[in-house]
Write a protein that binds this ligand. Structure first.
Ligand code: PXP
Length: 255
């Protein structure tokens, strides 16, 4: 069991649906519990500075009620760091954040933000929070993450996933192979240096398979943890639609 990679389900877009209308539903805890029942080993949420989906109260409630670990994706911003130190999620994943982006674009610039990231890691670790750094799959970024004291790295797989989805036209297939090889090499180095090798961003039900086939020298899955959100929430909208319609028909048919 422990040899299988862990799935962390990112439930940001459950909150997106709620924020679109300002309704009290869908309930985040109910969503998290459904993921847990299905075998998720962690719940991941991104408390963005603009609070476009996850709210402070969501994090507090999940922290208080969840049975499985909570992974808080967060920018290296003073207000958010103070909040994380108070809430003490099991993991914090430090991510770069731009207000206008649709989703997290690219990994952390460790060179430029070195001091701030190092202090943030120390503050979080002192509070008992383990820290992963969301980085591009580059060997330099792995070495720097290790120097900065990260417990794990989360490899940004966005470029690989885009290539697999054909986003670079005729160059896509070659690009996907190159990106997969970068993921393999960087994850191997991360593990060699004693850090956890996590991966996330852009995965769908097809492109994740080639990454899941990567093995370490002991023939164990190379990537130990996946954090996946959008594809799961999209799939849930389809495979759960039938039951949702039946329940509404039952509601309007009440005597
Ligand atoms: N990991 C990190 C660090 C992220 O920023 C995101 C997007 O919020 C994810 C994983 C999940 O990405 P996706 O929704 O594309 O599966």
């Amino acid at each position: 069991m422990s040899e299988l990679p862990r799935l962390g389900v990112n439930i940001d877009h459950i909150a997106t649906l709620r924020q679109l209308r300002g309704t009290p539903y869908p309930d985040m805890l109910e969503a998290a519990r459904a993921c847990e029942v299905a075998g998720a080993r962690q719940i991941t949420v991104h408390l963005r500075e603009d609070r476009r989906h996850i709210q402070d109260e969501d994090v507090k409630r999940l922290r208080a009620e969840l049975e499985i670990p909570l992974n808080l994706e967060m920018a290296v911003a003073d207000e958010i760091v103070r909040f994380a130190v108070r809430q003490k999620p099991d993991w914090a994943c430090l991510v770069p954040e731009k207000r206008r982006e649709v989703t997290t674009e690219g990994g952390l610039d460790l060179g430029r933000n070195r001091r701030k990231i190092a202090t943030t890691i120390q503050k979080l670790q002192k509070a008992g929070v383990r820290v992963s750094l969301f980085i591009e799959p580059s060997l330099d970024a792995i070495k720097l993450s290790h120097e900065l004291g990260a417990d794990a790295v989360e490899l940004h797989t966005g470029r690989y996933c885009l290539a697999r989805q054909g986003a670079f036209g005729t160059r896509s297939a070659n690009q996907a192979s190159r990106e997969l090889e970068r993921i393999r090499k960087t994850a191997l180095l991360a593990k060699k240096l004693g850090m956890g090798a996590h991966a996330g961003h852009g995965f769908d039900y097809e492109n994740v398979r080639s990454v899941a086939e990567l093995k370490d020298p002991n023939k164990m899955p190379l990537i130990e943890e996946y954090n996946i959100g959008h594809a799961i929430v999209c799939r849930a909208a389809l495979v759960g639609l039938e039951r949702a319609v039946r329940e509404m028909i039952s509601a309007i048919s009440a005597p």
